[in-house]
Design a protein around this ligand. Structure first.
Ligand code: C2E
Ligand code: MG
Ligand code: MG
Ligand code: MG
Length: 279
């Protein structure tokens, strides 16, 4: 009957939902232990001067080396970390690890000006103790002033400009560089950008990947670059995979870039080797 068929379908749906909930719960439980078990790693992707390809710094990107599931990318666990609030202690660890690594690289003779950019999520920015966490990590490891950069997405900053400005001002006072991540995907007002203590805009990968083939993407990037330069900001293009994309971005006046053309994110030792190679 229609009724039993409906019931059957409902049961299948419940089983699938249940399985999903169990997996999620399992990841959540494992996520709680992962920090204590030392299962997180920071990988580093070079940010280069487009003109010469020389590395100016790295973006820190988290990975979870899961004992059974292998190396997990942020998309596989960060949303759960964000929902549960676990992102706050995890984020604190990342910031500490980046400051420790920066200090270690400088102690080993890294070129002056080397920076590491750390991503700060929505929940970390608004709900955590991001200022205290960063202040404590800087105090503990004492990397050179200005060597730590903080990446916050355009969406998070523009969601609530006045309070965001207070937080950004405090980060600026701590000596952090400030980069607006995934720029172009949200709605920034020029007025807001002008009043925030920002150092760089990161042009989102979605505009870069078809910059040579889609006229609109090219025009958008041109506009972002012009605006950024008028505001005195550095421009960093994300997701550069081809020489053609790099050449096009250079022609538009974009100074910096990041992408598989130069290097994938790599472990700290490999990152340092890359740095030595182009010194
Ligand atoms: P994002 O901050 O925009 O980082 C750039 C992402 O693009 C990275 O993915 C990077 O591996 C990838 N990518 C770089 N170059 C290329 C390229 O040429 N082609 C392609 N297809 N992709 C490229 P990943 O590492 O998977 O990170 C994804 C997102 O997860 C990041 O986007 C960031 O929003 C978040 N995330 C990563 N690490 C952290 C972290 O430590 N803390 C927080 N809060 N978020 C993080
Ligand atoms: Mg980023
Ligand atoms: Mg980005
Ligand atoms: Mg992005």
């Amino acid at each position: 009957s229609a009724k039993s068929r409906h019931k059957g379908r409902h049961a299948v749906f419940d089983v699938a939902m249940h399985a999903k909930a169990v997996t999620r719960l399992q990841i959540e439980t494992e996520l709680r232990q992962a920090l204590d078990n030392g299962e997180f790693e920071v990988h580093y992707q070079p940010i280069v001067l487009l003109r010469s390809g020389q590395t100016k710094g790295f973006e820190a990107l988290i990975r979870w080396r899961h004992p059974l599931r292998g190396l997990l990318s942020p998309a596989e666990f960060l949303p759960i970390a964000e929902e549960t609030g676990l992102i706050v202690p995890i984020g604190r660890w990342i910031v500490d690890e980046c400051c420790r690594q920066l200090a270690a690289w400088y102690a080993a003779g890294a070129p002056s000006g080397l920076s590491v950019a750390v991503n700060i999520s929505n929940r970390q920015f608004w709900g955590g103790n991001v200022i205290d966490d960063i202040a404590e990590a800087l105090d503990r490891h004492r990397p050179p002033g200005g060597s730590l950069a903080v990446e916050i997405t355009e969406g998070v900053v523009m969601e609530n400009v006045a309070p965001a400005r207070d937080i950004l001002n405090m980060l600026h006072e701590l000596g952090c560089q400030l980069h607006v991540d995934d720029f172009g995907t949200g709605y920034s007002s020029l007025e807001a950008l002008h009043r925030l203590p920002i150092d760089a805009l990161k042009i989102d990968r979605s505009f870069v990947w078809q910059i040579n083939t889609d006229r609109r993407s090219g025009e958008l990037v041109r506009t972002i670059v012009l605006m950024g330069r008028n505001l005195g900001l550095d421009l960093i293009a994300e997701g550069i995979e081809t020489e053609q994309q790099r050449a096009h971005l250079l022609r538009l006046g974009c100074g910096y870039g990041q992408g598989f053309l130069f290097s994938k994110p790599v472990v700290a030792d490999v990152a340092y080797t890359l740095l030595r190679e182009d010194a």
